[in-house]
Design a protein around this ligand. Structure first.
Ligand code: GLN
Length: 497
């Protein structure tokens, strides 16, 4: 058994191999740990590697004997977890120095569910501090590299999770998406990223950035695996009052094969404006031509408020963040500055040294937008724009079943290319933010390459219509037949360094 054997494995393939006793959880866990030890010194996708915990869990699973029919759905599947999702006993830093000494005393709901389903946690992955960013360059612990090109960013903020799955350090990963942080890194790393409908997955145990936007999502090597992981983590949770009273996703939510081609595919002109890398537009157009040839009806729709969504997001998200991040004050947990002169000095120095530049920028921005006299002018306006963005989507889903857009306007960029200019960085999420503001589900699928770098196609659906998205994405994945990233053949460990 070596890594090449499993490079095209889906969760189902692992399950079958376990049932036939061709492999064991310990063997598979060790395989991925070895891979992490080989690649991660240069890739830097992980902030914590839980070797002991993972192997112990693998052994525990082996000791329990399951009958063929009762194998839990993620039995023996190693998973990487973004470092803003709490796993009991492990560090949860959120990519921030202010939480560098924090060990979570409890499990997030998604972690409990994955444990019950037989999953094995490999460790915690790197991210932009408090999930604010699009490149992992804002991590307090140094950036992750793009597995396709070590001089380029893997996207963000879930860059560590995306890179780990693309480089096959883990077969599956969890990330979080507030404005694009699952889909954009999935696009930059050539994998599948799902942001579910807001409220479909519990946020209990996900460290808050902007609570009305945050949602846990999946990063996987195939659409089928995204479905498998989503089925486990979705569903109502009494510990999260914003979690929708909806049952977990099940494969019966997908469309039967003969219904798939009856879906109407919407294309919004606002997503093909100037400013997009021409190689992305060209590839998306090729995919649309393929779909038309396959017999899909492609309709043009309009989402007129798209242009304002980004601006509104950068009011609403920082406003919520400024409130959520007030708890990091050096008192209850996390970093505390040395020798404070008084309480005010303790707060000020803890926060100005514990938080990085981007986080401080957003706290200032958010506090300003919420301050008396400016609340109506900024926050309220931002929320009104949000309603208009949502209405745009509602109206277009009366004309089509799913919408197709590019996931990002640019190809994976080089380190330092955008980090000096926050607005340029913010623009990389211009196509993922509107759907996040509307709370609708969206999936990014790799649809091809330009000069060996992946291009992401985004598939959007109406609220709770993940079934339609998966059905369409699986179909497209099959006809495009692009295999999951094969990083081993792109560069060896030495070249990555
Ligand atoms: N890049 C966006 C931001 O910086 C989105 C981040 C996210 O989805 N967590 O806010």
């Amino acid at each position: 058994m070596n890594i090449d054997t499993v490079k095209n494995f889906t969760v189902e393939d692992y399950q079958n191999a376990y049932k036939n006793e061709e492999i064991s959880p310990t063997e598979i866990t060790q395989l991925f740990l070895d891979r992490i030890h080989l690649l991660d010194p240069s890739l830097r996708a992980f902030l914590t590697i839980d070797e002991t915990g993972a192997l112990q869990r693998a052994r525990e699973l082996e000791e329990k004997k399951f009958g063929e029919a009762e194998f839990p759905p993620l039995y023996g599947i190693p998973i990487a977890i973004k470092d803003n999702i709490c796993i009991q006993g492990l560090p949860t830093t959120c990519g921030s120095r202010i939480l560098s000494n924090y060990h979570s005393p409890f499990d997030a709901t998604v972690i409990e569910k994955i444990k019950k389903a037989g999953g094995i946690f490999l460790g915690k992955t790197n991210m932009d501090e408090f999930a604010m960013g699009s490149s992992t360059e804002n991590s307090g612990f140094g950036p992750t590299r793009n597995p396709f090109d070590p001089n380029r960013v893997p996207g963000g903020s879930s860059g560590g999770s995306a890179a780990s799955v693309a480089a096959l350090e883990a077969p599956l990963a969890l990330g979080s998406d507030t404005g694009g942080s699952v889909r954009q890194p999935a696009a930059f790393c050539g994998i599948v990223g799902l942001r579910p409908t807001y409220g479909r997955v519990s946020r209990y145990g996900l460290i808050s950035f902007a609570s009305s936007l945050d949602q846990i999502g999946t990063l996987t090597r195939s659409v089928q695996d995204s479905r498998a992981l989503f089925s486990v983590i979705s569903g109502q949770d009494d510990r999260d009052s914003t979690c929708a009273p909806y049952p977990p996703f099940s494969s019966s939510d997908c469309l039967p094969e003969d219904e798939i081609k009856k879906m109407k595919v919407g294309v919004a002109k606002e997503y093909f404006s100037t400013g997009i890398d021409p190689s992305i537009t060209q590839r998306i157009q090729e995919v649309l031509n393929i779909l038309a040839k396959e017999g899909f009806e492609v309709v043009e729709v309009s989402l007129p408020h798209t242009d304002y969504a980004l601006e509104a997001y950068y009011i609403v998200a920082p406003a919520e963040a400024s409130s959520n991040l007030a708890r990091y004050d050096g008192i209850a947990y996390g970093y505390r500055c040395h020798h404070p002169l008084n309480l005010q000095d303790l707060y000020t120095r803890t926060r100005t040294t514990g938080f990085g530049k981007e986080v401080l920028r957003r706290i200032i921005l958010g506090t300003y937008c919420l301050s008396s006299g400016y609340y109506d002018e900024f926050y309220l306006k931002g929320m009104q724009v949000r309603t208009l963005v949502k209405k745009d989507f509602e109206e277009s889903f009366e004309k089509c079943d799913i919408l197709l857009t590019p996931t990002t306007p640019s190809m994976p960029f080089k380190f330092g290319e955008k980090s000096h200019d926050p607005y340029q960085m913010y623009l990389t999420d211009v196509f993922t933010i509107p759907s996040a503001m509307a709370g609708i589900p969206a999936l990014s699928l790799n649809c091809g390459y330009h000069q060996h770098l992946p291009i992401g196609l985004q598939i959007l659906g109406a609220p709770f219509q993940e079934g339609k998205i998966f059905s369409f994405a699986s179909f497209l994945e099959k006809i495009l037949s692009i295999p999951p990233p094969d990083i081993g053949s792109i560069h060896s460990k030495k070249e990555v360094l």
